[in-house]
Design a protein around this ligand. Sequence first.
Ligand code: M7G
Length: 320
Amino acid sequence: MADAEIDHSPAKKQKLQAKCKDDVHETLNDLSTFKLEKILHNNTNRKTVCLKGTFASKNGDALVFLEKTAFAEENLKEDSGYFTNSSSLKKVFQNDIYGNYNYFPQVNLNSVKATIIHPATEKHFLKYSTQNCVIVDETPDLYENIVLPHVTSEQFDLNWVYNILGHQSESERIVFEDPDPDTGFILLPDLKWNGELDTLYLLAIVHKRGIRSLRDLSAKHLPLLKNIHKKGIESIKSKYGLDGSQLRIYLHYQPSFYHLHVHFTYIKHEAPGILAERAHLLSNVISNIELLPDYYQKVTLPFVVRENDTLFKKIEEGRK
Ligand code: M7G
């Protein structure tokens, strides 16, 4: 963040001090202090649960997201990981040639990915709760009059983005950086990725401020978009050995965070948010803008919204 944009006021300082005192991330070694209040979702397909609760002696609500991770192919090789005597197998039953077992691999293969948001806001809980969704066809008019004012006033905080761009957080995780203020970006592992190649998930965050989403993109952004496409692919090839043809490169509409970023995922990994109602392939975006420079200012863009999101309520009100 440019220094002029940093809030140095005593109120902000006090808020930061209070935040540090209550920062669970500084001290957390296990989850014994977590007190469950509500299960927000339990997805048996993805093997994820999302929990609302609190941490003992810390102010504010917490969101804890747990995910059983995918098998890493390197641990499936002979003599490594799963096939050693540090694991145990308990027979449930056998019938002729069919045997059913519970298998307990060695502890380091049993990790559960945990994402903790603290203090979490109602908007976080809403984002992670199971709810009915609806598709809205967003015309340019609907965008200008209802969606844009809503996202401007009620969007998620972008501190984590500015921390990455300013090298204050996750700097050791940066895979590639192009520092150019107009066409540059930082490529780093996404929060959702646990580092196994099979579920590769990186994020390219642009240095330029003020590009909120797909809706803002036009011909002047082509050099930026092409740069992300080209250098993102090259960096992933050199660091992870994956060819560009193996990457799904896309933007979300609507995104959760309104600072332009591009998702890079392994084509064989069915990452959350890759469905047609949300993901827009970067090569498609570039091609649309090449055909029509203001394509994204003119097109009707469908998007998914939760039924009890205030945005949907405003859209419904606007239709009356
Ligand atoms: P999005 O399209 O705005 O929304 O993507 P989504 O979260 O609904 O997909 C934002 C992306 O940023 C997501 O893939 C998040 O997992 C990722 N992300 C969010 N946070 C708060 C962080 C973070 O602190 N660090 C990193 N590396 N990625 C994050």
